[in-house]
Design a protein around this ligand. Structure first.
Ligand code: IPE
Ligand code: IPE
Ligand code: MG
Length: 241
């Protein structure tokens, strides 16, 4: 077992808001995309650390429904980076037992990228060591809205009655329907907000906000954050024993 492995029971599902790529690049006098490339390289290290640290599910925020507001150059650069990431990482992901899923609305993404996402999901569909979910064109409100729309259609077409709608039923229509709720949400770069990430699913998640910019977020720091999670008392509204 590596020396930074967590001996106690850690969070099974960690979600990360990978923030700070732009500032990381600016500090070096480089364009924002330089930071996004550095950030993408970090992902592998963190994914590969998961099995040693007891993390079975890792969900990462790559592009939000609000990120379209950025310049055309940055958006196009990010879309091209996502294609390159899939191309470059596919083999290692298959080999390392990573099951990849994408959440978010695919409708606004270009066809070629969507085809690559589908292919990677299929290629890794037999893996079970780590479940990596990539949130791409994802927004919590958008996800709940899309779920509500589909739910309304089910009712309209008589497959469901309004009486049957409860939290569990609504969850089945979310992009994350096969995933457990996140235990821990980490945001890098010092911002203490959730920016529309996993709003429904994080109802009882623990949060950790760290100052490190995402391209500098190392396996060692990941281990430290997981260790501090181990000291928390999660009560879910009850009183601790
Ligand atoms: C996070 O880094 C990556 C994306 C949102 C795509 P940012 O690009 O938001 O970096 P900062 O926050 O401007 O430093
Ligand atoms: C959140 O970061 C989205 C991702 C990390 C993909 P942003 O940088 O877009 O969030 P705000 O604008 O600071 O809230
Ligand atoms: Mg940011």
């Amino acid at each position: 077992m590596p020396k930074d492995a967590i001996p106690t029971i850690g969070p099974a599902h960690v979600a990360i808001i990978m923030d700070g790529n732009g500032r990381w690049a600016q500090k070096r006098g480089r364009p924002r995309l330089f930071g996004h490339h550095a950030g993408a390289r970090r992902v592998r290290e963190i994914v590969e650390a998961c099995p040693d640290m007891g993390v079975k599910y890792l969900t990462i925020f790559a592009f939000s429904t609000e990120n379209w507001k950025r310049t055309q150059v940055e958006v196009a650069g990010l879309m091209s980076l996502f294609r390159k990431y899939i191309e470059r990482e596919a083999k290692a992901l298959v080999r390392n037992g990573v099951r990849v899923r994408f959440i978010g609305d695919r409708i606004r993404l270009d066809e070629k990228l969507v085809a690559m996402m589908d292919e990677l999901e299929l290629l890794t569909s037999h893996n079970d060591l780590i479940h990596l979910t990539i949130a791409l064109n994802y927004g919590g409100r958008d996800e709940v809205t899309r779920a509500a729309k589909r739910l309304a259609l089910e009712i309209e077409q008589g497959r469901l009655t309004h009486d049957e709608v409860d939290a569990e039923t609504l969850s089945r229509f979310l992009d994350t329907h096969v995933l457990p709720d996140p235990d821990l949400v980490i945001r890098t770069s010092g911002e203490a907000r959730i920016s529309n990430f996993l709003l429904w699913q994080s109802a009882y998640a623990e949060y950790e906000f760290v100052d490190t910019l995402w391209p500098d977020f190392s396996r060692t720091e990941f281990a430290r954050v997981l260790a501090s999670y181990g000291k928390r008392d999660r009560r879910f509204g009850a009183v601790s024993a």
